[in-house]
Design a protein around this ligand. Structure first.
Ligand code: KMH
Ligand code: ZN
Length: 308
């Protein structure tokens, strides 16, 4: 059976400290949870950074610099640095870390969406930090901006970095945008699609949509000519990833995407989610890909060719 790449998105920017004590915030917490996730079977670590003092999302490369080398020295996992950052950042702020550190993988968001998480505010009884409440409640007015010019800017800025992309697609139209950049020659064949389900503002986590996104990829790119993975927000995470694996896809877990380990139960860590999906895959006769196998499958440049 083909190996399945488990990615783990360790902290993200949509969840805030008051939502879960398990969410890693400081460089040490991000490093510790990343290393534990890799030891649990994650071959790729998708990383954001946060201001250590209060957990606010940041694109500051100097904060990434406090955990990237620590993770790299402790694991062979593939480091995937976000260019999504937070919806409240400029595209230049979002790109700064990936541009400086030239990781093996960086995320690349293939279209704009409303990216909302304000309903979560009603479930928070007390806010740990002053910035959180407005950040969450104002998301009813956030546009996660990824214009064609923004996407081209990121691709052109990273053109000589040897970095490949986790093309995050939140809706079917984003797949046509990916096809556009493939036709333009800015995206190379053999790319890695990350289908994102269940974000409020993006395509919903209905299995018909998973089938539709997969069929659209096959139609646009040719069956077997690309690698694909699935992430699903919140309660949809594990059922959706199970279905994706059955269809031959790779999977992404992590507290960036869901704070839960099962309905109504907060995950104690990223590693707990990695262990759970790994058990599910094993029951289906699948093995998790090692970092070396993930590099082979995705055509990556190697962990020694990064700049951190
Ligand atoms: N946190 C959202 C802005 C990415 O990493 O590239 C979506 C995001 C995408 O995190
Ligand atoms: Zn992310």
């Amino acid at each position: 059976m083909a190996k399945i790449i488990i990615s783990c998105a360790v902290t993200g920017s949509a969840h805030v400290p008051s939502m879960s004590d398990a969410l890693p915030l400081t460089p040490q917490q991000i490093a510790d949870q990343s290393i534990a996730a890799a030891e649990a079977g994650a071959a790729i670590l998708h990383l954001h950074a946060r201001v250590p003092e209060d957990g606010r999302p940041t694109g500051d490369p100097d904060v990434y610099a406090r955990f990237l080398p620590v993770i790299r020295q402790a694991t062979d996992a593939v480091i995937n640095i976000t260019t999504g950052g937070a919806v409240t950042m400029t595209v230049a702020e979002r790109l700064a870390a990936a541009a400086r550190f030239k990781p093996e993988i960086a995320s690349l968001n293939m279209g704009s969406i409303n990216f909302a998480f304000f309903p979560a505010a009603a479930r928070i009884k007390s806010w740990k930090h002053p910035w959180e409440e407005a950040y969450v409640k104002n998301s009813d007015d956030y546009i996660f901006r990824n214009t064609f010019r923004d996407i081209a800017y990121i691709l052109e800025t990273m053109a000589d970095a040897g970095t490949r992309f986790e093309h995050e697609c939140y809706d079917v139209g984003h797949l046509y945008t990916l096809a556009h950049f493939l036709d333009r020659g800015l995206v190379k064949p053999g790319f890695f699609v990350q289908m994102v389900f269940g974000i409020l503002g993006g395509i919903g986590a209905d299995l018909d949509n998973l089938m539709f996104m997969k069929q659209t990829c096959d139609r646009l790119f040719g069956k077997g000519s690309y690698q694909w993975s699935v992430l699903a927000a919140g309660r949809h995470q594990m059922p959706f990833l199970t279905q994706a694996a059955l269809l031959g896809g790779h999977v992404r877990v992590g507290l960036e995407d869901s704070l839960f380990i099962e309905r109504g139960v907060l995950a104690a860590s990223n590693a707990e989610q990695v262990e759970k999906i790994r058990r599910i895959l094993a029951e289906m006769g699948h093995e998790a890909a090692t970092p070396a196998e993930a590099r082979e499958i995705l055509g990556l440049k190697g962990g020694d060719r990064v700049e951190f």
